[in-house]
Design a protein around this ligand. Structure first.
Ligand SMILES: Nc1nc2c(c(=O)[nH]1)N[C@H]1C(S)=C(S)[C@@H](COP(=O)(O)OP(=O)(O)OC[C@H]3O[C@@H](n4cnc5c(=O)[nH]c(N)nc54)[C@H](O)[C@@H]3O)O[C@H]1N2
Ligand SMILES: Nc1nc2c(c(=O)[nH]1)N[C@H]1C(S)=C(S)[C@@H](COP(=O)(O)OP(=O)(O)OC[C@H]3O[C@@H](n4cnc5c(=O)[nH]c(N)nc54)[C@H](O)[C@@H]3O)O[C@H]1N2
Ligand code: SF4
Ligand SMILES: [Mo]
Length: 796
C-alpha cells in the first residue's frame, strides 16, 4: 500500500475500491448506524459496488489532552471522511456544548496516518537503534510470556514494571490498568504512584486541607469579581472541555481576569484584563509579598483565619513549635530580619512592587475572588511551595467555601461519575514515585522510604532493580521523562533493563527502544466510556467507529492473549470484551442513576449531560457547619502551618509554612554565570504531549519553536526565525526562534512534546525540551521539575 494513498484518505473522501486496495483486503466497509463501520471482507465483497450513505457516529478521544469532547465521525463506505462536533441546540451554564478542539478536528490525520505501526516487530539491531523485523502476534506474545517468566524466576516479581503512560487515559481497559490486573493476579509487580501532571500539587495540597480535592464547579465563576489564572492556561490546556466557556461567561458577568505567568499565554491574550509577568520558580516571593501587603494593610479576613485556620499568627500555632515560626512572623521578618515587602519580592520575581501591591489589594478586596493555579507552576523544583502558597492567599482572604471564591489549584473536581471497572490490588504492595523509574533501574536496591518508596518495611530497600518494562501508550520511556540523553544511556545497557515491550501507534523515540514493538489501535477502533478531564458534568461513549487497521490490537486485546498463555484468561477478562465492559459500565451506572441512558441510547446520542441548578462549592460544608465537618487535617482546620511537615525536620527544603525557596537552577543560582537563561516548557495547542507531533495539519497550526525576548535575542544577534542552539550540561537542542515580547527577559520557553531526534553528533534537531531537563526530583513529592532549567542560547 502506498503512502500517497494514505495521505489521500486523510485529506479527502476515498472511493470504495481504492479503500479496499489500501486496506490490504483485510477488512471492508459494511453496516453502519451507531455500530462500527467495517466488517470482514469475506462477508461483503459483493456489496463493494454499492455507495453507502454518510452516517455520523458519535465517539470521544481517550488521549490525555485536557479535554473529553464529543467527536462525530462522518463515515462513508467504511471510512471516516470528516469530523464534526457537538452542535446541540442548548449551550448554557448548566448544559454547555462539549466541542472538539483543533486537534480533535484533525483526528483523521492521526488515525489514517501513513506511518502507523502496522504489525508486531522484534528488535534486530542494538537497543535504541530502531532496527526491527516483522513477526507474528503469536511470536510476540510467546516472547513476552517467556521473558516475563524468565525475569520473574531470576529476580522476582518486583523487577516487573509498567511505565507511566497517558496515551490511553480511557476509563475501562487501558494497558496501564490491565497490566495491574494481569500482573496482580499472577503474583504482583512494582507499582507507581504520582503522575507527571500533578505530583507536587497532589502531595502538598493535603497538608493544608487534608485532601487534594479542593475545586468547585466552574459555573461558580460567574459569581467571581476577580479571577486570577495563576500559571493556568486553559485556552491551550483545556482542563475539561467547557472551562473556557465558563471563563467567557464569568467575563460577560463582569469578572476581571488576571494572568500570572512568565509568558503572555494564549489565555492572557484571549481572556485577561492584565498580564502579571513573573520569573519562573519565584511565585512564592510574589505570594509572600502579597501576604505582607494584606496583613500590614489589614486587608485580611481575621474572623475566617481565627475560626478555620492554624499557623497564620503566633497565637494560632500547634504545640511544641518554638516562637517565630508563624506565617505572620515570617513575612514580617521577625526571625530572619527580612520583611517580605513588595520591594524585596520585586528583586526576586521581577514584577514591579507597585504591581505586587495592586494584585494583593485587588485580590483581598474583590469579594469573592478566585485564584486558580494551573499545574505549570508546580512542575518545578520548589513546586510544593507554590501549591501551598495559593492556599494561604485563599485563606487570608476568606475565599474558601464561598460561591465565586476558590481554594487552590485547578482540577480534582468531579460531581458526576460512571461505574468503575473492578481491578485487583497489587499483592506486593510496593510502589515508587513514577518520576523515579530511571533511579529504580540503576539503583533500585538502594531506594527506601527516603526516596518516597511506599510499602517497604521500616529501614528496608527495594528487593530488585527494574529488569522488565511494559511501556504502553507512553512516550515516557524516552521523550516525556527528564534528561533524554541520560535515559538513553541507561536503556542502551541491556544488563540493566533486560526486556522492554512497547505498544504504540507510531515509531516514537520510546518505541525505538523496544525489544518487542506492538502496533496499537486507536480509540476509533475500540470501545470505552469517557468522563471529563477535571471539569464537566457528562459522560461520552467512546465508540468503535472502524475496525482495527492493519494488524493493530488494543492493549486489552493483546494482554488477553498473554493472559491466556499464563492460564488466567477467564479471570482476566471475566468473559468480557472491551465492548462488553463498556456496556457493563453503562448498565452499572444506570443502576446507581436511572436517568443515565441505556446502551442503545448512548450509542445513538454519544453523550449524556447531567444538569445542576446550582454550583457545587469546595469546602462549603466545612465552612457552613464546621462542628460537623472538620477539615481532614490532624487539627481539623486549614493548616497554614503544618506540624506534620515541621516534624519531618527538613525545614530548609520542606518548610512547615509555604515560602520562597531559591532553587539550584533558578534566577538566584550561581549556575547562571554559565547558563544565564531560565528555560520552561508549556503544553502546546498543536499536540497532546508528544502525540500529534507527526500530524501534518497540526504542524501547520503550530510549528515547534522557542520563544525568546528581544533583549535576550539582540544580545545574541538572533533574529526572528533564526535557528538557535540551546544547551546546558545535559544536552543540545536546535530550534527556530520566535522573538517576542510575550515572554519576559531572562526566560526562554520551548513547548514540551516534540519527538526527540538526534543528529550524528547527538544534537536534538526537533526541539525536544527533555533533552535539557533533569531527572532530579522535587523534595517532598519526588515529582518532576521539568519547567526548572537553566540553559544558554547561541545562534546555530
Ligand atoms: N494542548 C494541550 N493541552 C493539554 C495537554 C497537552 O499536551 N496539550 N496536556 C494535558 C495534561 S496531561 C496536563 S497535566 C495539563 C498541564 O497543564 P499545566 O501544567 O497547567 O500546563 P503548562 O503549560 O505546563 O503550564 C501552564 C502555564 O504555567 C506557566 N508557568 C511555567 N512555569 C511557571 C512558573 O514558575 N510560575 C508561573 N506563574 N507560571 C508558570 C506556563 O508558561 C504555562 O503558560 O494540560 C493538559 N492539556
Ligand atoms: N519537559 C516536560 N515534560 C513533560 C511535561 C512537561 O510539562 N514538560 N508534562 C508531563 C505530563 S503532565 C505528562 S501527562 C506526560 C505525558 O507523557 P505521555 O504519557 O508519554 O504522553 P504522550 O507523549 O502523549 O504519549 C502517549 C503515547 O501513546 C500513544 N498512544 C495514543 N493512543 C494510544 C492507544 O490507544 N494505545 C497505545 N498503546 N498507545 C497509544 C501515542 O502515540 C503516544 O506515543 O509528559 C510529561 N512530560
Ligand atoms: S480536547 Fe482532547 S478530546 Fe477534546 S477534541 Fe481536543 S484532543 Fe480531542
Ligand atoms: Mo499531564
Amino acid at each position: 500500500m502506498s503512502e500517497n494513498l494514505f495521505k489521500k484518505i486523510a485529506n479527502q473522501t476515498m472511493p470504495r475500491r481504492t479503500f479496499l486496495k489500501w486496506t490490504g483486503a483485510a477488512t471492508a466497509p459494511t453496516m453502519l448506524g451507531g455500530v462500527y463501520a467495517t466488517k470482514k471482507l469475506s462477508e461483503n465483497v459483493s456489496a463493494a459496488e454499492s455507495v453507502e450513505e454518510e452516517v455520523v457516529i458519535p465517539t470521544c478521544g481517550t488521549l490525555n489532552c485536557g479535554g473529553r469532547c464529543l467527536v462525530k465521525a462522518h463515515v462513508k463506505d467504511g471510512t471516516i471522511v470528516r469530523i464534526s462536533t457537538d452542535n446541540a441546540s442548548e449551550d448554557s451554564l448548566s448544559c454547555p456544548q462539549i466541542r472538539a478542539c483543533l486537534r480533535g478536528r484533525s483526528y483523521r490525520q492521526f488515525v489514517y496516518h501513513p506511518d502507523r505501526l502496522k504489525y508486531p516487530m522484534k528488535r534486530v539491531g542494538k537497543r535504541g537503534e530502531g532496527e526491527f523485523e516483522r513477526i507474528t502476534w503469536d511470536e510476540a506474545i510467546e516472547t513476552i510470556y517467556k521473558e516475563t517468566e524468565r525475569i520473574t524466576k531470576k529476580y522476582g516479581r518486583s523487577a516487573l514494571y509498567s511505565n507511566y503512560g497517558s496515551g490511553n487515559w480511557g476509563g475501562i481497559a487501558s494497558g496501564r490498568m490491565m497490566f495491574n490486573k494481569l500482573m496482580g493476579m499472577t503474583g504482583g509487580y512494582l507499582g507507581y504512584f504520582n503522575t507527571y501532571s500533578t505530583a507536587q500539587t497532589s502531595n502538598a495540597t493535603p497538608y493544608t486541607f487534608g485532601t487534594g480535592n479542593t475545586g468547585s464547579s466552574l459555573d461558580s465563576l460567574v459569581n467571581s469579581q476577580l479571577i486570577i489564572l495563576w500559571g493556568f492556561n486553559p485556552a491551550e490546556t483545556i482542563f475539561g472541555s467547557p472551562t473556557n466557556f465558563y471563563l467567557q461567561k464569568a467575563k460577560e458577568a463582569g469578572a476581571k481576569i488576571y494572568v500570572v505567568d512568565p509568558r503572555q499565554s494564549d489565555s492572557a491574550v484571549a481572556l485577561a484584563d492584565e498580564w502579571f509577568p513573573i520569573r519562573p520558580t519565584t511565585d512564592n516571593a510574589l505570594m509572600d509579598a502579597m501576604t505582607y501587603v494584606i496583613l500590614t494593610e489589614n486587608l485580611h479576613n481575621k474572623e475566617f483565619l481565627d475560626k478555620f485556620c492554624v499557623g497564620h499568627d503566633e497565637s494560632h500555632m500547634p504545640e511544641g513549635v518554638p516562637q517565630g515560626e508563624s506565617l505572620q512572623s515570617y513575612v514580617l521578618g521577625e526571625k530572619d530580619g527580612i520583611p517580605k515587602t513588595p520591594e524585596w519580592a520585586e528583586k526576586i520575581c521581577g514584577l514591579p512592587a507597585n504591581k505586587i501591591r495592586q494584585l494583593a489589594r485587588e485580590y483581598a478586596t474583590a469579594k469573592p475572588a478566585a485564584l486558580i493555579q494551573g499545574w505549570g507552576p508546580q512542575r518545578h523544583m520548589n513546586g510544593e511551595q507554590i501549591v501551598r502558597g495559593s492556599t494561604v492567599l485563599a485563606s487570608l482572604t476568606g475565599n474558601i467555601g464561598v460561591n465565586g471564591g476558590w481554594a487552590s489549584g485547578a482540577g480534582y473536581f468531579g460531581r458526576t461519575s460512571v461505574a468503575a471497572v473492578p481491578n485487583i490490588p497489587n499483592p506486593l504492595g510496593l510502589s515508587i514515585p513514577c518520576f523515579l523509574w530511571t533511579d529504580a533501574v540503576t539503583r533500585g536496591t538502594e531506594m527506601s522510604a527516603e526516596d518516597g518508596v511506599k510499602g517497604l518495611k521500616e529501614g528496608a530497600t527495594l528487593p530488585n532493580n527494574i529488569k522488565l518494562i511494559y511501556n504502553m501508550a507512553s512516550n515516557v520511556l524516552i521523550n516525556q521523562h527528564g534528561d533524554i540523553n541520560k535515559t538513553k544511556k541507561i536503556l542502551e545497557d541491556e544488563n540493566l533493563v533486560e526486556f522492554i515491550v512497547v505498544s504504540d501507534i507510531f515509531m516514537t523515540p520510546s518505541a525505538k527502544f523496544a525489544d518487542i514493538l506492538l502496533p496499537s489501535n486507536t480509540f476509533f477502533e475500540r470501545y470505552d466510556v469517557a468522563v471529563p478531564w477535571t471539569y464537566g458534568d457528562y459522560a461520552i461513549l467512546s465508540q468503535k467507529v472502524i475496525d482495527n487497521l492493519y494488524e493493530s490490537k488494543s492493549d486489552y486485546e493483546w494482554l488477553t492473549m498473554l493472559a491466556k498463555k499464563m492460564g488466567v484468561e477467564k479471570e482476566f477478562t471475566e468473559g468480557k470484551t472491551e465492548e462488553d465492559w463498556a456496556k457493563w459500565v453503562v448498565e452499572e451506572t444506570r443502576k446507581q442513576d436511572p436517568s443515565f441512558p441505556t446502551w442503545e441510547q448512548m450509542k445513538k446520542q454519544g453523550i449524556h449531560k447531567w444538569k445542576f441548578d446550582k454550583p457545587t462549592i469546595g469546602f462549603e460544608a466545612q465552612i457552613n457547619d464546621p462542628a460537623n465537618n472538620p477539615f481532614l487535617t490532624p487539627s481539623g482546620k486549614i493548616e497554614i502551618f503544618s506540624k506534620q511537615l515541621w516534624d519531618m525536620e527538613k525545614h530548609e527544603d520542606i518548610p512547615a509554612i509555604p515560602k520562597h525557596i531559591a532553587v539550584n537552577e533558578g534566577p538566584e543560582s550561581s549556575l547562571r554565570e554559565k547558563y544565564p537563561l531560565q528555560l520552561i516548557g508549556w503544553h502546546y495547542k498543536r499536540r497532546c504531549h508528544s502525540t500529534m507531533d507527526n500530524n501534518p495539519w497540526m504542524e501547520e497550526a503550530g510549528k515547534q519553536i522557542m520563544w525568546m525576548n528581544p533583549i535576550d535575542a539582540n544580545k545574541r544577534n538572533i533574529k526572528n526565525g533564526d535557528l538557535a542552539k540551546v544547551f546546558n550540561d545535559r544536552g543540545i537542542v536546535k530550534i527556530p526562534v520566535v522573538v517576542t515580547n510575550r515572554i519576559i527577559p531572562g526566560v526562554i520557553a520551548i513547548p514540551q512534546g516534540a519527538w526527540h531526534t538526534s543528529d550524528k553528533d547527538g544534537v536534538d534537531i526537533r526541539g525536544a525540551i527533555n533533552t535539557l531537563t533533569t531527572q532530579e526530583p522535587s523534595p517532598l513529592a519526588k515529582g518532576n521539575p521539568q519547567h526548572t532549567n537553566l540553559a544558554e542560547v547561541e545562534k546555530a
